[in-house]
Design a protein around this ligand. Sequence first.
Ligand code: HEM
Length: 146
Amino acid sequence: MKKIIIGATILLAAAMGFAQEARTADPLFKALGEKPGLVKIMDEFLPRLVADPRTGPFFKSADQERVKAQLVVQICQLTGGPCAYDYENKDMKTVHMNMNVSMSDFNALVEVLQDSMDAQGIPFSTQNQLLARLAPMHRAIVTPAK
Ligand code: HEM
């Protein structure tokens, strides 16, 4: 049931994201508080990812400061901010490929991100627009079932 709700949220988020984009250029970066806003969201997000029993095992031994910094730059670029994510020859598929990330792990991360944005007072419609841009990345990040 939870999976269905998360799936529906992502679809709704995608639809709202497209509708928003049709109206304006790219206000999302601004709505998220530009770079300082993204840093705050990631400061909230990483400890929650580590604390959550579903995502914690993945992130416990990761270099959290690095992941945080990389996510800020990546999301800045993704939302139209003045950033260029340097993949250092490692695209998202390569970074996540040996982790065995399932779709439910991916959905758990999305849920933790939603909670982090809630805690930061980010409006629901802004949250949904960001989630709509992240949702298609599951294709690179989730390990296909054999
Ligand atoms: C839209 C979703 C996601 C995005 C945008 C994303 C993005 C990133 C980025 C930018 C990095 C840093 C790469 C680097 O250091 O060069 C990273 C690392 C990492 N990601 Fe993701 N990721 C996503 C989903 C997930 C999921 C679902 C999991 C597992 C549940 C996960 C687990 C990790 C881990 C453990 C690292 C650290 C790898 C290391 O220590 O080298 N990611 N991710």
